[in-house]
Design a protein around this ligand. Sequence first.
Ligand code: PRX
Length: 648
Amino acid sequence: MSSNIETHQIETRVFKPSKDFSKTSLVGSLAEYKKLHAASLKAPAKFWAGQAADLFWRKKWKTVLDWKPPFAKWFVGGQLNASENCLDRHLDGPRRNKAAIIWEGEPGEKRVLTYQQLHREVCVFANILKRNGAKKGDRVIIYLPHIPEAAIAMLACARIGAVHSVIFGGFSSTSIRDRIEDCGATLVVTADAGYRRGQTVTLKQNVDQALEGVTTVKRVIVFRRAGLDIHIQEGRDVWWHREAEYVSADCPAVALDSEHPLFILYTSGSTGKPKGILHTTAGYLLGAVITTKYVFDLKENDTYWCTADIGWITGHSYIVYGPLASGATVLMYEGAPNWPQPDRFWKIVAEYGVTILYTAPTAIRAFMKWGDEWPKKHDLSSLRLLGTVGEPINPEAWIWYHKNIGAERCPIVDTWWQTETGAMMITPLPGAIPAKPGTATLPFFGIDAAIVDDKGQEVGPNEGGKLVIRKPWPSMLRTIYGDKARYKQAYWSEVKGCYFTGDGARRDKDGYFWIVGRIDDVLNVAGHRLGTAEVESALVGHDDVAEAAVVGRPDEMKGQAVVAFVTLRNGIPATKELAEKIRKHVGNVIGPIAKPDEIRFTEALPKTRSGKIMRRLLKQIASGQAVTGDTTTLEDLSVLAKLKQGDE
Ligand code: PRX
């Protein structure tokens, strides 16, 4: 029996870039992309050295790459500063008074920070950090709402060479403590509270709980966001605004080695403790900047909106470092997409004339569920480019996004990448690469992606296997903080000489990459290995289904039986007849082997806080096991409780 993953459903729709779009793009045709990509793989050092000229260097590097597998050092001997690249370099020209960040709070407040103002705020906060003992190399935890101060704090750390570790504001005190202890942080930056769906989220209180018994943290700097009456621990806690009165706005950026650590970002492995992914300065910044330039096809007057939270890698690379180093105008919105109504995003797009929108499939499926009438209420004609990231996008959601948001006019860039890769890896270039709904298409310049079998051999067209990257790239993670052995084991031991992504994928006859799901989630039904994405996409293709997740349950006859957890569109009743119809639908679309043995209707699916379905929990529920392992990353614990009730 082959262990390769099978494909049963082939998407045939192709959307070519429009002539108008191609004409003004950096790369205007598929042939040009292919030529550039081939050249970048033939002579990677030359390619990356050429691109690195886009950054502002204090001292030029001597060696492009020092590669002692699996440890890479890029631009060795060079010096630069990420904060200087994002700010100071824009101050001498017309960008000085251009909006860097346009922000809207959930309750409706508005703020605009020009590059000059942002630079000033960052310098002030960098001096506050220094005044409170932060030094080069120290780890600083940032646990803030989605407000400009989150970006300010990150850039202030980068300015003085402190290493930031941002924790998403939805995490609990236990998660904060685990991360603080893992990286030995000495300082925490937080706020009294943030807003989410009209409620205040009491961040400082969570920090207080997290710090019980923690000895490394000497200072907590608190930003006043909501005006709550909070506990201030004398000698440890200080107010941001008070500290600002004691410092100047003059703080030159320090020159840092290319490999100086820029940040640690924790990503929850499916099991075990979170991994502290370490990114360093030059390579990471280069990855973020050149993908912003080519994939978002950024123009000087774009209003660019990435809806991710700054606490995820998407926020790091595509709210802060990529766009700001490129001198873009970045929109930030603090709150929930359906607050106070399900059209909040579309209202924002219309009001600010957003031109580029980058969001996640989970959000798109939620918009579909809420109904087409919400985007229809607003003028979305300013949009010119759409993007997605985070999960495979099922073709139906892609088409919905294309029609209802992009008015069949805007190209969609479906970008595949990971916290570990730092920047986009497989993605369309909007003026060059024809899109097909559901695929991230082709690898970015310098990226040598392949699909291999268990022996590490590249597989043929439409054969599923493991997605690997065969050459190092500048924005790759350098290690797991404090755990080189785990770094080697997790990423470099599965396939000899290659970085293993953990994803299963196939390439079609045009060389396009289709992610079929995480390798650990692949179903094994009567000897057939099926990726989760394909079955879920078929389920969501049924008119009544809003969202679905499939998992395998042990089955004596078939090895595994397919259990589908399904949420229905608003107002559709869950009946036995409908379950049967949905099963049949999957059978028709993919074939009898993929027909779910069981459909379980549920109001919601368990998701991580960044919106990914937690199939590991569903697997345990489907097979009647107790739910074990880490559930701290779960967005809404009540979903789990309800699913378990349904089980009894
Ligand atoms: O499984 C892939 C999926 O998300 C994983 C990376 O998750 P994370 O580190 O949280 O980073 C998310 C933001 C970059 C990948 O291994 N994934 C991400 N983007 C896509 C995707 N799967 C399919 N298509 C995508 N565009």
